[in-house]
Design a protein around this ligand. Structure first.
Ligand code: AMP
Ligand code: ZN
Length: 477
């Protein structure tokens, strides 16, 4: 049996078959960049990373888009508190998000669309909805007419009365129906605004994700990943907007990641009970945090506590000790004579590979996959203690299998793991150093050097922007 994924839309495990046999498109609702990301956000980002790695390991060509919500009420409020512009705040926290992700061993997505860079696409999508009678304008704001979409509620499986209860959070007398939600918010004094056919304003959160996902991945995506908090109303509204506009299914597999909790409550920025990922990374190696975050299958809640992290530290120690003991066995195909113990270890290795694949194929069951890996580690340790024959080939076979499977999960790096742990930080230091050198060159009016640094960095997908406060940088795709 191949890969099966639990689809929140059907509430069933489904066989995975992408629209295009070779290419899988994934959209992940990324962070609202008004603060550093916490361990809860990291869980969803890491699950997305593991899905991407596993699909790549299975031979698919994955295209991942992970957005940054860089305009929103919370960004406006926090920027005012800090006395900086929304743009500056979003730029800083967006860069910090990418840095923290890298430190957690998450490679940048193929594209990181930002809401403020996709206003024209949003305006076009809103106009399409108005033209279809699915949206209406009141005093410069545009609302989605929920009644126009007969399937509204199909993702959250909510009854009409529950949908109303959810919508009452934003009471607005002018709406035709309390469930209707804003696609475009008319300008308020002091807020950033963009021009639109309906007057100055800014986009609603839900239309941002629909427009960015469709622009970068097409009108039907293979997979949409988000934390379970976003299922309603955000993801429900993304479906309503996109499917009414295109007449096509928006996403084929809806993946929702269960909460990371702390003291039994959801970890969240608004709950004020969060542990920042960057703080956790200062206290634990990358691989320990990754191990902890995948120690439960993604649809099960996971509790953040020092005991669980200590367990992950212990597990990583066992893994690293085992791989250190296997270090000298590097060729799997040497033809040694095998006794009973060797054959048993060879079989245990084959069994681990099969169990790992079966676990990951069962809706990315990382907990079971780790179980398979640690069962083999136990067998290798016993073998090394009890067997005196030179069994280079079977040990190399076990080593290779451990490195391959741990590589998919990102809990082992063949290079010195200390170097890997610090790679995100090191990158930041190096870019900052280059910006300093460039700044000195600019002060000397040495434009040639300054431009050379900017252009060469652009070739490496790092864009420098000169602002009144100095130069900033960001990854581009
Ligand atoms: P936000 O910045 O709050 O929009 O969240 C960014 C991503 O993190 C979204 O996909 C959320 O669903 C996810 N998320 C937020 N809190 C948690 C949590 N405690 N556990 C798992 N995922 C979360
Ligand atoms: Zn989203």
């Amino acid at each position: 049996m191949g890969l099966q994924i639990y689809n929140s839309l059907s509430r069933k495990l489904e066989d995975f078959a992408p629209l295009n046999a070779e290419r899988v498109t994934i959209y992940n609702c990324g962070p609202t960049v008004y603060d550093y990301i916490h361990m809860g956000n990291a869980r969803t980002a890491l699950v997305t990373d593991i899905i991407r790695r596993y699909l790549t390991h299975k031979g698919y060509n994955v295209k991942l888009a992970q957005n940054l919500t860089d305009i929103d009420d919370k960004i406006i409020a926090r920027a005012a508190e800090l006395g900086i512009s929304e743009k500056q705040l979003a730029q800083q926290r967006g860069d910090a998000f990418l840095e923290d992700s890298l430190r957690l061993g998450i490679q940048p997505a193929d594209v990181h669309p930002k809401a403020t860079e996709h206003i024209p696409e949003m305006l076009t999508l809103i106009q399409r909805l108005i033209d279809k009678g699915a949206a209406y304008v009141i005093d410069g704001s545009v609302y989605y007419r929920v009644n126009a979409f007969a399937e509204y509620g199909k993702l959250s499986h909510r009854k009409p009365e529950d949908l109303l209860a959810g919508a009452r959070v934003e009471i607005d007398e002018r709406k035709e129906d309390p469930r209707d939600f804003d696609l475009w918010k008319a300008a308020k004094p002091g807020e950033p605004t963009w021009d639109s056919p309906w007057g100055k304003g800014r986009p609603g959160w839900h239309i941002e994700c629909s427009a960015m996902a469709m622009k970068h991945l097409g009108e039907t995506l293979d997979m949409h990943v988000a934390g379970e908090d976003l299922l309603f109303p955000h993801n429900e509204n993304e479906i309503a907007q996109s499917e009414l506009a295109t007449g096509k299914p928006f996403a084929r597999y809806w993946v929702h990641v269960a909460f990371l909790k702390i003291d039994g409550r959801r970890m969240g920025k608004s709950e004020r009970n969060f542990i920042l990922l960057r703080d956790a990374l200062d206290n634990y190696p990358t691989e320990v945090i990754r191990h902890f975050l995948i120690s439960a299958q993604y649809r099960h809640p996971l509790d953040y506590n020092p005991e669980s992290l200590a367990k992950s530290e212990g597990a990583l120690r066992r893994l690293n000790n085992c791989l250190a003991a296997l270090e000298t066995y590097q060729t799997a195909d040497a033809a040694d004579v095998e006794g009973e113990a060797e054959t048993a270890l060879r079989n245990a290795t084959l069994q681990m590979k099969a169990d790992f694949q079966a676990a990951m194929d069962a809706d990315f069951n990382t907990a079971r996959a780790l179980g398979a890996i640690f069962t083999l580690i136990g067998a290798v340790n016993r073998f090394i203690q009890q067997t005196e024959t030179d069994a280079a080939a079977v040990l190399a076979h076990a080593r290779e299998a451990l490195i391959e499977t741990c590589g998919v999960l990102g809990i082992y790096n063949a290079q010195d793991s200390d170097v890997q742990d610090d790679s995100g930080e090191m990158l930041t230091h190096l870019v900052t150093l280059l910006l300093d050198i460039r700044q000195d060159a600019r002060q000397r009016k040495d434009w040639e050097t300054s431009d050379k640094i900017r252009d060469r960095m652009k070739e490496l997908n790092i864009e420098i922007q000169d602002t009144r406060q100095g130069a900033t940088w960001k990854f581009i795709s």
